[in-house]
Design a protein around this ligand. Structure first.
Ligand SMILES: Nc1ncnc2c1ncn2[C@@H]1O[C@H](COP(=O)(O)OP(=O)(O)OP(=O)(O)O)[C@@H](O)[C@H]1O
Length: 263
C-alpha cells in the first residue's frame, strides 16, 4: 500500500510532495457531510435531563484543510468526534465519503484517523516502533513486514533513531509525532486532529503544525492556535454548540477574535 503522505527524512519533517513529484493536489478528497436535516448531539446531565451539546448542524466539507476554532466548551470536540463515530448523533446523519458513520463505523474509522490532544491517550506500547506496529496490526498481517513498514514511517518523521525508545523518553513534540505516525501509518484519507499542538512549546508546535500542513490527506484541525488555523483553506467558528461562522480561515479567525473582543 503506497503512503498517501509524502514524508521527508529531515527534522522537522515536511511534506515534499511537489519536490518528489507526488503531489496529490489533483486527487479527489473525501466529502464529509452532516446531513441537511441537521445533526444534533444531546447528552444527559447529572440530574438526568438531557442537554443539547450540538444544535442542528448541516455541513459539507470538501476542502483539504479545515480549521475548527472557538471557545472552550463550545462543542468543537463533539463535532470532530462525530466524524469517526466517537460520538453518535442524537438526530441526523454524518456521512464520510458516502458512508454513514453510525452504520459503517469500522469502515469509516479506517478512513478517518483521529489524533488526540494528549499523545498519552494514544501511545500505549513500550516502544515507539511497537506503537506504530500496533496501528498496523490489521492492515499488515506479517510481523516482519509490519516492523519494516513501521520503521519506514518512523524514519519518514525523522524518528527512526528512537524506534526502540520508550515514548516517555521523547520530547512532547516527538511524542506527538509518534502518535501522528501511528495514525497516519494506516493511510487514512482524513485526519481529524483535536488540538494536537496545545501541549507543545513553540518550536514543537511549529514542527507538528508543519507536518499537519504538509499532509496530502484531508485535515480537520481543531486548534486554539490561530496562526495555524489561518493556514487552512476553510475555517469554522463554533460557539455555544453551533457553527457561528463558516468561511475562509482568515475570516473565521477575524470573526472569532471580534466575537471575543465584543464579549
Ligand atoms: N459525554 C458528555 N456528556 C455530557 N456533556 C458533555 C459530554 N461531552 C461533552 N460535553 C459537554 O459539551 C460541551 C462541549 O464540549 P466539547 O468537548 O465538544 O467542547 P470543545 O469546544 O471541544 O472544548 P475545548 O476547547 O475545551 O476542548 C461542554 O460543555 C462539555 O462539558
Amino acid at each position: 500500500m503506497s503512503p498517501r503522505i509524502c514524508w521527508s527524512r529531515s527534522w522537522p519533517p515536511r511534506c515534499t510532495a511537489r519536490s518528489r513529484g507526488c503531489s496529490r493536489a489533483a486527487e479527489r478528497l473525501p466529502t464529509i457531510e452532516l446531513d441537511a436535516a441537521g445533526v444534533t448531539v444531546e447528552h444527559g446531565d447529572a440530574r438526568g435531563s438531557s442537554r443539547t451539546i450540538l444544535r442542528p448542524t448541516t455541513l459539507t466539507l470538501t476542502e483539504r484543510r479545515v480549521a475548527v476554532i472557538g471557545a472552550n466548551g463550545s462543542g468543537k470536540s463533539t463535532l470532530a468526534r462525530l466524524l469517526n463515530g466517537l460520538v453518535t448523533p442524537t438526530t441526523g446523519r454524518v456521512v464520510v465519503d458516502g458512508l454513514d458513520v453510525a452504520r459503517h463505523t469500522s469502515r469509516v474509522r479506517r478512513q478517518v484517523g483521529f489524533c488526540f490532544t494528549d499523545p498519552a491517550a494514544q501511545l500505549v506500547m513500550a516502544t515507539c516502533v511497537e506503537d506504530v506496529e500496533l496501528s498496523l496490526r490489521r492492515s499488515v498481517r506479517d510481523a516482519r513486514a509490519r516492523h519494516r513498514r513501521a520503521m519506514e514511517v518512523l524514519d519518514s518523521f525523522g524518528l527512526a533513531g528512537h524506534a526502540d525508545d520508550s515514548v516517555h523518553t521523547l520530547s512532547g513534540g516527538q511524542r506527538q509525532l509518534v502518535a501522528l505516525a501511528g495514525v497516519l501509518a494506516t493511510d487514512p484519507s482524513v485526519l481529524v486532529a483535536d488540538e494536537p499542538t496545545t501541549l507543545l512549546d513553540l518550536a514543537n508546535s511549529r514542527r507538528v503544525g508543519d507536518v499537519l500542513m504538509g499532509l496530502s490527506q484531508q485535515l480537520v484541525l481543531l486548534t486554539h492556535d490561530l496562526d495555524l488555523a489561518r493556514r487552512c483553506e476553510r475555517g469554522l467558528v463554533v460557539a455555544d454548540g453551533a457553527i457561528a461562522f463558516d468561511g475562509s480561515a482568515d475570516d473565521a479567525v477575524e470573526h472569532y477574535v471580534a466575537s471575543v473582543a465584543t464579549g
